[in-house]
Ligand binder design. Structure first.
Ligand code: HEC
Length: 106
């Protein structure tokens, strides 16, 4: 993964992710789960969000490697997922991941 820029990632989050996700603390779930503090969080663990079935078996936390794979092709991480997004550009993925990491409070 190339080094990511969290400031660029914040803008990219708005244009790429915000239609379906809030990243605001306490912002709640939208079509997708709230992503505040998702970095380092166990996959599928946002309370009250109805994940697709495969998340029940997900036994990992969201780190650089998992997020990079996820944003490249979500079904390659969790085959049942209905998150409709795929980002082929490694720099864009890295910037967005750096932004999510900047929201990690753990
Ligand atoms: C078209 C709507 C949509 C877009 C755009 C979208 N997502 Fe999602 N995302 C979802 C949905 C729906 C889920 C839950 C999927 C499931 O349950 O299978 C999800 C799940 C996730 C998860 C898993 C969270 C957890 O609690 O385990 C992460 C991480 C994530 N998205 C990151 C992103 C990022 C970062 C972007 C932008 C680059 C993005 N998503 C763009 C709809 C979207």
């Amino acid at each position: 993964m190339p080094p990511g820029d969290p400031a660029k990632g914040a803008a990219l989050f708005t244009s790429n992710c915000a239609a379906c996700h809030s990243a605001v603390n306490g912002g709640g779930d939208e079509q997708g789960p709230n992503l505040y503090d998702v970095y380092g969080r166990k996959a599928g663990s946002e309370k009250g969000f109805a994940y697709s079935a495969g998340f029940a078996k997900a036994d990992f936390v969201w780190d650089d490697a998992h997020l990079d794979k996820w944003l490249t092709k979500p079904t390659s991480v969790i085959s049942t997922t209905y998150m409709m997004y795929a980002q082929p550009d490694p720099q864009i993925r890295a910037d967005i991941i750096a932004y999510l990491k900047s929201l990690d409070t753990k």
